[in-house]
Design a protein around this ligand. Structure first.
Ligand code: 5RP
Ligand code: CA
Ligand code: ZN
Ligand code: ZN
Length: 221
């Protein structure tokens, strides 16, 4: 199944990735950011419905200088004490959030349309693959409508989120390690889609459903 999923990643197709029952127990649609067009944003918005986030490999974050949001809060907390009071030390399923900053490509208008988000997402991947790290500030503004997530150093050796799972998949597939993740929601229950619902969606749409535990196991081998 992993081979099929890696091939799908290389082909620019969505893979449905379940993390595990001990964590969020959510299935995210994941895809390489370099392949994202307005069509993929529409699908994530309509069929997944979670937050559309762009994950960056920690090496890219270091090159550009993209911090975790919590690091920014830490630096700013003396001036804005509320930022210390807001410390996310009680996430029920993890120790650390991967949220970094929010950006829009400077060529976008509002930044939220499917065309605008696709431009922002795909141009982050393009800038990274072309190693134009110094141009990040010239190409993007912040805050924006695309949430960037910073992968943990060492990826799955340090954290087992969809952020790291999707970036590990990109590494193993040999595509640019900038990925897009979006949780699959269920409008009837108001909860995340169950594994069964996500598997049915995968079957109906000819997509690969993957258990994140298998990715972790293979990556750490
Ligand atoms: C952003 C999230 C999602 O859970 C997303 O899957 C990335 O986070 P994580 O790495 O924690 O799974 O929180 O909407
Ligand atoms: Ca999360
Ligand atoms: Zn997640
Ligand atoms: Zn989530």
């Amino acid at each position: 199944m992993l081979d099929k999923a890696l091939k799908a990643m290389r082909n620019g197709e969505f893979v449905l990735m379940y993390d595990n029952e001990k964590r969020e127990s959510e299935t995210d649609m994941i895809i390489g950011a370099e392949f994202v067009t307005n069509r993929e944003v529409t699908i994530m918005r309509e069929d997944a419905g979670g937050l559309i986030c762009t994950c960056l490999h920690p090496e890219y974050c270091d090159k550009i200088g993209i911090p975790f949001m919590t690091d920014i809060m830490d630096v700013a907390k003396d001036k804005y004490p509320i930022l210390e009071a807001l410390t996310p030390n009680d996430i029920p399923y993890d120790e650390k959030s991967s949220f970094a900053i929010w950006v829009n490509n400077r060529k976008t208008f509002t930044g939220i349309t499917d065309n605008d988000r696709a431009l922002t997402i795909s141009s982050v991947a393009k800038l990274c693959s072309e190693k134009k790290f110094d141009e990040f500030g010239a190409e993007f503004r912040s805050p924006g409508h695309v949430s960037l997530l910073r992968g943990a150093d060492g990826l799955l050796k340090k954290r087992e989120g969809h952020t790291e799972i999707s970036l590990a998949m990109a590494e193993m597939a040999g595509i640019t390690p900038v990925t897009v993740v979006c949780e699959m929601m269920d409008g009837d229950t108001g909860n995340a889609k169950t594994v069964e619902q996500a598997e049915k969606y995968a079957k109906d749409h000819g997509l690969v459903f993957m258990d994140g535990n298998i990715v972790i196991e293979e990556y750490l081998k």
